[in-house]
Structure formats: C-alpha cells, structure tokens
Design a protein around this ligand. Structure first.
Ligand code: AMP
Length: 394
C-alpha cells in the first residue's frame, strides 16, 4: 500500500532529485502535489527544481563521496536521477545497502553508457538497431568506420544531447569527428560508438511507464533535433499500425530488461514499417514536455505516480499537440522574459519558463506548448508564439 507521511516530520515521504533542471522541476511539482518532501541536488545553485523543492544541495554528482554524504545525510525514500552525469556506481552500492533508486540503480548505470545499452538491445534482446562498432583509440576508430561504412555517426559512449556527436561522410571528416568526440564526452575523451547513418522517415520517443499495474504507453511523440538536441516535438505522431506495434514491442522489451517503476523515454527511428531502437533514458524525456499540454497526466505526473507505487489507470490524450524549445545563445547571469501577454493570447496554449540562473553558450530557457486540430497546426502556433516571446540577456 502506498503511504505518504507529513513533510518535515519523522514519517515524511522523501524524494531526492539528482539533477534539478526543467524536467526535474516538473517532477518536483508533481511529487509536491502528492505530499512528498522533495530535496533537489545539482552542481549549481538556484537550478530550476531547487526553486520549487523543499531543500537543495549543491554538489558535484560525479563525486562519489559527496553523493554518498548527501544521501546518507538526507536518507531519502526515493533517489530519482534526472541526468546521466552521476557517479552511478555509488548508486549501485547504495541500492545494495537498501536505498531505492528510480527505476533501479542497474538501469541508471546501464543507460548512462551507450555501449551497455546498445549491446543489451541488439545482442541480448535481438532488437533491430543501426549497425555499430566501438573504438577506444584513433586506430580502432578508423577500423570501426571501415566496418560500418560512410556516412556514419560518431558519439562518445558517455554523452547526451549531441555533445561530441558528428557525422562522418568522407575521409576528410574523420580527424574532426575523432577530435570532437574526445572533447565533447561527459568523461572527457575515451571510447566512442560508430553507428551507421540511418536514413529514417521520422524519429519518435515512445514514453513507456512501468508501474504497479503493469506497463503503459503514451501516444508516440515525433521530434526534430538540431545537432542532437531537441527543438520541437509533436504528439500523437501518426504511425502505421504495424510500426506502432513494433515500437511498443521494442519499448516493452527494453524497459522490462531494465526493470523498476517510472517513466522511460524510448527513442526509435522509423522507416516505413521498420522500427530501429536508438536509445532509452530511464526518466522523463525532453521531447516529452509536449505531454504537459497533450495528456491528462503528463510524463512527470506519470513518473511521480509510478515511483510512489500508484497504478496508472488511463492515459488520456487531449488531441494533436506540439512543443517548441526556446534556446538562447550568449553569456549572462540575468535574463528577462517578455511578450507573455501576446504569446499566451492564443487559445489552447501554455508555456514554462525554467528560471535558469545564467546562460553561457546555448541554453534552453523555456518551452512553448500548443494544442490544435492537427499537429501541423499546433506546430505553427508554437512558431508564432516563439515570434512573440522575447528573451533579454541583461
Ligand atoms: P542520440 O544522442 O543518440 O539520441 O542522438 C541525437 C540525435 O542524432 C538523434 O535524435 C537523431 O536525430 C540523430 N542521430 C543519432 N544517431 C543517428 C543515426 N545512427 N543515424 C541518423 N541519425 C542519428
């Protein structure tokens, strides 16, 4: 039976977010709505989720000792990773000592490394993927490209959001791709995956939630990435019955292999009726922000319920919806947003401003949401909203 205590009292139900960005913030809000005490952790102060949590701690989550200390001090009932840059081996150890990691420490440890997850998906579960090979140094890298053929995509095995990722189309691209992979990875250099370039018709995220009543799927989310980073998403994305069935089968297999309760973002490439597994993250997905307008229970609400052991009865889709990330570029530690009275003057719209304390380079600072009679129309509305939304780097 799910029991919720009283915040700040001996019986409080306490959740700790490891990573306090915009996704974590929505998880924090959903947990707060259910009476949970929320502790937000990240490597910088005033991160988005910290602004709504009960308490915050600033540590390097890659520092295993600092991570252990904050967990032992707070003794959370649930440890909820929101990012990949975490000393995940420490989570395995703490799980062994009785702490509850969402969805499981094994899943978190596995999915932070492209090699583990790709090998599991393709070799153990027999899921279709792009052809791939791994390389640890420049010589192996050339061998991997020869084996896979060009064009191919090179990614550090420890990376996300397109960091260190590039496409090799000819031999001239090889030096640049290798060097970029060695500077862009989370661990700073090291092993890479070389993947055959998939000429997909479209790519989707299938949000899959494992909960106490079984496994449920959200409607497929189509999305567009620029340099490996999400910019727009649409739901429900039209798929053939056959492709949708294969996508669900693939998502069920990979999430069952990872286990635990919570939401998973399963990314796939689709060509015709063919579905290729790309990757999976055991947490809310940035393309899934569209569910804040498209569903009765957003991916964040689903995650919160699943974590607390509450079964998901029905995921209702309200109709064609779109999301569009607002990405700014520059350097500033004070931002100002305006034009909201125009942005939100349209019916069926909503938005989130993340409240990020600073920008240095590219940064996603807000998301625009719309619902309309088709996904194309919803997308066009978010484009108009973007035109009216002003961000000033003070
Ligand atoms: P990832 O970080 O692996 O999700 O890659 C980010 C984005 O790069 C994907 O969403 C695709 O748009 C693109 N991409 C990644 N791998 C491939 C591939 N093998 N073929 C074509 N595009 C890819």
């Amino acid at each position: 039976m799910t029991k919720i205590g009283t915040p700040y009292k001996a019986n409080s139900t306490k959740a700790m977010l490891l990573g306090s960005g915009e996704l974590g913030r929505e998880v924090a809000i959903e947990l707060k709505r259910l009476g949970v005490e929320v502790v937000a952790v990240d490597r910088y102060a005033n991160a988005p989720a910290m602004q709504v949590a009960d308490r915050a701690h600033v540590i390097s989550m890659l520092d295993a000792d600092a991570l252990e200390k904050v967990i032992l001090d707070e003794k959370p009932d649930y440890i909820i990773p929101e990012v990949e840059a975490i000393a995940t081996k420490k989570l395995l150890e703490l799980e062994g000592a009785g702490f509850r990691v969402i969805p499981t420490a094994k899943a978190v440890n596995f999915t932070m490394n492209r090699e583990g997850i790709r090998t599991l998906a393709a070799e153990k579960l027999g899921l279709k993927t792009s052809p791939y090979a791994f390389a640890s140094d420049r010589r192996e890298f050339e061998g991997a490209i020869k084996k896979i053929g060009m064009p191919c995509v090179v990614k550090p095995i420890m990376s996300s959001s397109g960091h260190g990722q590039s496409v090799v189309r000819s031999e001239e691209d090889m030096d640049r791709a290798w060097e970029y992979s060695q500077s862009g990875g989370r661990a700073g250099g090291g092993r890479v995956i070389v993947e055959g370039f998939v000429d997909f018709d479209y790519e989707i995220t299938l949000l899959t939630v494992r909960h106490s009543g079984g496994t449920s799927f959200c409607a497929p989310i189509g999305h567009r990435q620029i340099d490996g980073d999400y910019r727009q998403s649409w739901q429900p994305y039209p798929m053939t019955e056959k492709a949708l069935e294969s996508a669900r089968d693939c998502a069920k297999k990979i999430t069952d292999a990872l286990g635990g309760f919570g939401i998973f973002g399963v990314e796939m490439f689709v060509k015709g009726d063919d579905v290729l597994f790309s990757e999976v993250s055991p947490r809310p997905h940035d393309t899934g922000m569209v569910t804040m307008i498209s569903q009765n229970l957003s991916q964040f609400a689903l995650h919160a319920r699943a974590i607390l052991g509450i079964p998901i009865v029905k995921i209702e889709n309200y109709g064609p919806s779109a999301s569009r990330a607002v990405v700014v570029e520059g350097k500033s530690d004070m931002l100002e947003y305006s034009g909201l009275e125009k942005v939100l003057a349209r019916p069926g719209t909503d938005m989130r401003i993340f409240g990020k304390p600073c920008v240095d380079g590219h940064r996603r600072v807000a998301v625009l949401l719309a619902r309309a009679s088709t996904i194309e129309e919803a997308d066009a509305v978010t484009a108009d909203m973007l035109g009216d939304f002003k961000v000033k780097l003070c």
